[in-house]
Ligand binder design. Structure first.
Ligand code: FAD
Length: 414
C-alpha cells in the first residue's frame, strides 16, 4: 500500500542546513513545511561529525559575510549552543604571510576583527607553542570560535517546530517526477520509503554509502509526497538527490578524519582553534585535544572508515610534535571520519535550481555549520519573496556552473 502526504514545502535532509532552512521558513510564517530525513539523529551526517569551528576568516567576501551574520547570531544565543569566541589562530610561514595579511585587510574592511601577531606575540598568547623557528607570524580572528553543532541544530529545529514545521524520521527519498515536469510546474511528487522501526547504525551506513536498489518492502511503507516546493539539503548526498530530482550537481563527497588526543601535562581548554601551516588544525574538546587534517589525494566517495592510530601517527602527531615540546608525548584516544561536500570552487551551492520550485542548500565544502544561520534565513527569503533581503547570496547560485559566471575559489579551506 502506498500512503500519501501533502505539504507546501518539502525540505529533504535535516542536518544543520535543512534545520536552519526550516527555521527560516518558520520565521517567515510559511505554513505546511515538512522536513524529512533517513535519520533525524544524523548519526552519519556531517552535522554530527564535524569539528565545531566557526570563523569569518575567509578569502572571499561572500563567505566572510555569511559567517559574520551567522556568528553574530550564535553570539546572541551563546549559552544555548555552546558558542565561545575563543578565536582562530592561523600560524604562517614566510610563503603564505603576504596572502594572510591581504586576507586580513578584507576581514577588517567587512567589520570582522582580526589581530596580527609576530612570533613574540604568538608565544605570549599561546605559551606552549615553543617551536617557532619556521614561523613569521599569525593572524587571530578575535570573534571566531567554537560551537556545539548538535545544540545548534536542535535549536533550529525547536524554533521551526514552535512555528509549525513537521520533522519526519526514517524517510528515505528514492524517486521523483521532477525530471519529467516543465520547469514551471508547481506540483512535484516525491517517492520515499518510511521504515517502521528504528534503523540500526550499520543499516543506515549501508543505505547512505551503497544506496541499495531494494529496501525490503516489509520493513516499512512507501509514501508519495506531493509538494509545491522542494529544498535539496542532503549534504554530501545532494548530488545523488539532485539526480532523483532531475538535474546534475557538481559536488563530491570526500572523507575527512578527526583524531582525539590526550596531552598529559597540557591544558588546552583556555585556547581556541589553532591552524598550523602544515594544514593540521586542533582545538580543545572536553578534556582532550581534537585535531583534523585533509589527507592529500583522498579519493571522492562515501567512506566512513577511520584509519585510527595510523592516521594519527602519520599525519597529526608529526605536525604537532614540530610545533610544541608539550606535544612530543601525546596519546591517541579515538577518532572518526565524516564527509566534506566539496563543490568545484569550495563555495556552497545555494539558491533556486533550474526548476523554479526546487531550491538548493548544500555543498558547503566543510563550512556548513558556520554558514547555517545566514543560509537558513536568506534562502527562506528567496523562497517566499523571490529575492534576498538580509544578505545577497546570488553569487552562490547553482546557476554559476551552467552559465559559466564563475566566482573566485575560496582558498582559506582546511
Ligand atoms: C570532519 C569534518 C569537520 C568539519 N568541521 C567543520 C567546522 O569546523 N565548521 C563548519 O562550519 N563545518 C565543518 N564541517 C562541515 C559541516 O559539518 C557540514 O558542512 C555541514 O554539517 C553540512 O550540513 P548539511 O545539513 O548540509 O549536511 P548533513 O549534516 O550531512 O545532513 C544531510 C542529511 O541529509 C540526509 N539525506 C541525504 N540523502 C537523503 C535521502 N535520499 N533521503 C532522506 N534523507 C537524506 C542525511 O541522512 C543527512 O542527515 C566539517 C565536516 C567534517 C566531515
Amino acid at each position: 500500500m502506498v500512503k500519501r502526504l501533502q505539504t507546501d514545502v518539502l525540505v529533504i535532509g535535516a542536518g544543520v542546513i535543512g534545520s536552519a532552512v526550516a527555521m527560516g521558513l518558520g520565521l517567515k510564517g510559511v505554513d505546511r513545511v515538512t522536513v524529512i530525513d533517513l535519520d533525524l539523529a544524523g548519526e552519519w551526517s556531517s552535522s554530527e561529525l564535524n569539528a565545531g569551528g566557526v570563523r569569518a576568516t575567509w578569502s572571499q567576501k561572500v563567505n566572510i559575510l555569511t559567517s559574520k551574520l551567522s556568528i553574530e547570531y550564535f553570539a546572541s544565543i551563546a549559552e544555548l549552543i555552546g558558542y565561545r569566541d575563543c578565536g582562530y589562530l592561523w600560524l604562517h610561514r614566510k610563503n603564505s604571510w603576504e596572502q594572510a595579511l591581504k586576507g586580513r585587510e578584507l576581514h577588517i574592511a567587512h567589520g570582522w576583527p582580526v589581530d596580527v601577531l609576530d612570533v613574540q606575540a604568538i608565544k605570549k598568547k599561546i605559551p606552549f607553542i615553543d617551536k617557532t623557528d619556521d614561523l613569521v607570524g599569525a593572524i587571530f580572528g578575535v570573534k571566531d570560535g567554537l560551537v556545539n553543532p548538535n545544540r545548534l541544530k536542535e535549536h533550529y529545529r525547536e524554533e521551526a517546530q514552535t512555528r509549525g514545521v513537521q520533522f519526519v524520521d526514517r524517510m528515505w527519498v528514492t524517486a521523483s517526477n521532477a525530471g519529467s515536469l516543465s520547469s514551471k510546474s508547481s506540483k512535484i511528487t516525491i517517492k520515499a520509503f518510511q521504515f517502521s522501526d528504528q534503523i540500526s547504525s550499520e543499516h543506515k551506513r549501508v543505505l547512505l554509502t551503497q544506496n541499495p536498489e531494494t529496501l525490503g518492502d516489509e520493513a516499512g511503507t512507501w509514501i508519495e509526497i506531493e509538494t509545491k516546493q522542494v529544498v535539496n539539503a542532503a549534504g554530501a548526498w545532494a548530488p545523488h538527490l539532485a539526480k532523483i530530482l532531475g538535474y546534475q550537481s557538481p559536488s563530491t563527497p570526500v572523507r575527512r578524519q578527526i583524531s582525539l588526543f590526550h596531552a598529559r601535562d597540557l591544558d588546552l581548554t583556555p585556547y581556541g582553534m589553532i591552524v598550523d601551516p602544515s594544514g593540521v588544525y586542533f582545538h580543545p574538546e572536553s578534556v582532550y585535544g581534537l585535531s583534523g587534517f585533509c589527507t592529500p589525494g583522498e579519493p571522492a566517495g562515501f567512506d566512513f572508515r577511520y584509519d585510527g592510530e595510523g592516521f594519527f601517527e602519520s599525519h597529526i602527531w608529526p605536525a604537532l610534535y614540530e610545533r610544541a615540546t608539550a606535544f612530543e608525548s601525546l596519546r591517541h584516544v579515538s577518532g572518526w571520519s565524516g564527509l566534506y561536500e566539496n563543490s568545484p570552487d569550495h563555495h556552497a551551492i545555494v539558491g533556486r535550481s533550474h526548476h523554479s520550485s526546487i531550491y538548493e542548500a548544500h555543498s558547503f565544502s566543510g563550512h556548513g555549520v558556520m554558514h547555517s544561520y545566514a543560509v537558513g534565513i536568506t534562502l527562506a527569503e528567496l523562497m517566499v519573496n523571490s529575492k534576498y533581503e538580509t544578505l545577497d547570496l546570488t553569487e552562490l547560485s547553482p546557476d554559476r556552473f551552467i552559465s559559466g559566471k564563475t566566482i573566485a575559489s575560496e582558498t582559506w579551506v582546511i
